[in-house]
Design a binder for this molecule. Structure first.
Ligand SMILES: Nc1ncnc2c1ncn2[C@@H]1O[C@H](COP(=O)(O)OP(=O)(O)OP(=O)(O)O)[C@@H](O)[C@H]1O
Length: 331
């Protein structure tokens, strides 16, 4: 890093996001910082309650005597305060299950929640929320045509699965995939939301990177299962997010254990994986979700366990995780 870059970052680090009491660089709100000749270019990822930070960045950069002009591109989703992503290193670990139940738990605590199913390879959020392939409406707005999200159990939902033909694979690749994803992120009329959760496709390919770079994601929750083979995939995922500057909020270990009628816990897929990776990569272990057939049937029937069985252990753990995140973000 050269002197000018260091000087620019030092200045930006003095700008504090008041709710989170941390600087905007450490929070991952400044990305794609480039210095070309005597100009500074950066992307500023903001929630709808944080617009005043742009003025602060502008003012800070104007004190650089060599900078002829800063170019600040604000990246945000209109009306949405916080955008969080749910990701996994590989498929089938319960990422969508976690997204849905986490959205339910957040909504039950009184905040306004939206859920964007961006899993272009296997969009199954509509089924998990009991939504059929109903016709999604689009409206004309001053910013162009926008999709109206559907509603399920008190949350707003949009899914690539609602736009595609049922049972047909979504075989988008390369630039087409990129275009569809960016349109999809920007063309939904969410209204006012406190939290927008984005269910990412599993893994660390093109689709994931596009979504992470095109949306103001201010943190990601990684979902894994306890066995050792899952860990290298999670590790890769966490490195990818850190590389693009998105903070990893923590890890959820799913299918951690079975609980018998006497309350005894038995590990099925090994134990300790989530804890191990959490320690190794200094990311908190947010919760360990049991294996429970009611989680699976709730998903199949469109009735997530967080609302259908609120007293179950799994529902309580989803609740605890959501409360911890609400406290962290302090909206
Ligand atoms: N803790 C659990 N107990 C029982 N069944 C579970 C649990 N977690 C997930 N399942 C079930 O496992 C299956 C896979 O879960 P899910 O679709 O959430 O995984 P995923 O990681 O999103 O998969 P993909 O990446 O393929 O979209 C689903 O049938 C779901 O109901």
């Amino acid at each position: 890093m050269n002197d000018r870059e260091q000087q620019t970052i030092q200045l930006l680090k003095q700008i504090i996001e008041p709710n989170l009491n941390n600087d905007i660089v450490s929070l991952g709100m400044v990305r794609n910082l480039k210095l070309v000749d005597d100009y500074v270019y950066l992307k500023l990822y903001l929630g709808s309650h944080q617009y005043d930070l742009k003025g602060k960045v502008q003012a800070a950069l104007s004190t650089l005597d060599w900078c002829k002009k800063p170019y600040i591109q604000v990246c945000n989703i209109p009306g949405v305060k916080l955008t969080l992503a749910i990701s996994s290193g590989k498929g089938g670990v319960g990422k969508s299950t976690t997204s849905v139940n986490f959205a339910m738990a957040l909504s039950l605590s009184g905040v306004k929640v939206g859920l964007l199913d961006a899993d272009v390879y296997g969009p199954n959020i509509p089924q998990m929320l009991g939504l059929k392939q109903s016709e999604v409406q689009a409206i004309d707005t001053p910013l162009g045509q926008k999709f109206i999200p559907l509603e399920a159990h008190g949350i707003k939902v949009m899914s690539v699965g609602l736009l595609a033909e049922p049972e047909r694979p979504l075989a988008w690749r390369g630039p087409v995939l990129h275009k569809i994803i960016t349109q999809f992120i920007n063309d939904v009329e969410w209204g006012e939301l406190d939290y927008l959760l984005i269910d990412l496709p599993p893994g660390t390919g093109d689709a994931q990177i596009t979504i992470v770079q095109e949306s103001p994601i201010c943190g990601v929750v990684m979902v894994t299962t306890p066995q050792q083979v899952a860990l290298s995939d999670v590790r890769r995922g966490i490195y990818m997010f850190r590389q693009v500057g998105v903070p990893v909020l923590g890890i959820v270990e799913n299918m951690s254990y079975l609980v018998d009628e006497r309350g005894k816990r038995t590990s099925v897929f090994g134990s300790g994986g989530g804890k191990q990776i959490a320690q190794e990569l200094s990311a908190p272990l947010l919760g360990q979700i049991p294996l429970d057939p009611r989680i699976c049937s709730g998903g199949d029937e469109g009735n997530p366990i967080a609302i259908s069985q609120p007293d179950s252990l799994a529902a309580q753990i989803f609740n605890q995780i959501s409360l911890a995140l609400i406290q962290t973000f302090n909206l």
